[in-house]
Design a protein around this ligand. Structure first.
Ligand SMILES: [Zn+2]
Length: 156
């Protein structure tokens, strides 16, 4: 088995859609960054890449490369998944924690879990998602995501 860990943060920015786990959430601000700023998919991508000893997301998809400007972050996740499969592994489960002041994630949690499960090709009950408010951290202007993945040897 292999374990992987990923962490990411993006700053809130007005006038862009808020995408978390590939789901667009209704909110006044979105997340800045070179791609679509999907903090959860970035953390999951790094967790998958880390689990198989692959280069990290910033190395594979350089923020200075214009082709990733506004890119759908599921592209990054798919590349990570491809590398996991090529290394002979499949996902057992993933777990994640979001830390953000707003919006409330609770009402959207099942939609996000289902979408992420679909992207990863696993069952929604293999996708953990918690959301915490950044009490005492002074990071109300940012969204932070932590993710861990467990890989098992694929049967094929
Ligand atoms: Zn990111």
């Amino acid at each position: 088995m292999r374990i992987g860990y990923g962490w990411d943060s993006h700053e809130f920015k007005p006038g862009v859609p808020l995408k978390i786990g590939g789901v667009t959430l209704p909110h006044s601000d979105g997340l800045g960054g070179h791609s679509d700023g999907d903090v959860l998919l970035h953390a999951l991508t790094d967790a998958l890449l880390g689990a198989v000893g692959a280069p990290d997301i910033g190395t594979l998809f350089s923020p200075s490369d214009p082709q990733w400007k506004g890119a759908d972050s599921s592209i990054f996740l798919h590349e990570a998944l491809k590398r996991v499969r090529a290394a002979g592994y499949e996902i057992a489960n993933v777990d994640s924690t979001l830390i953000l002041a707003a919006p409330k994630i609770g009402p959207h949690a099942s939609a996000i879990r289902e979408h992420v499960a679909g992207l990863l090709g696993i069952s929604p009950d293999c996708v953990g998602l918690k959301a915490k408010s950044p009490e005492g951290m002074g990071t109300d202007n940012a969204a932070i995501a932590n993710a861990v993945v467990l890989l098992k040897r694929s049967k094929a």
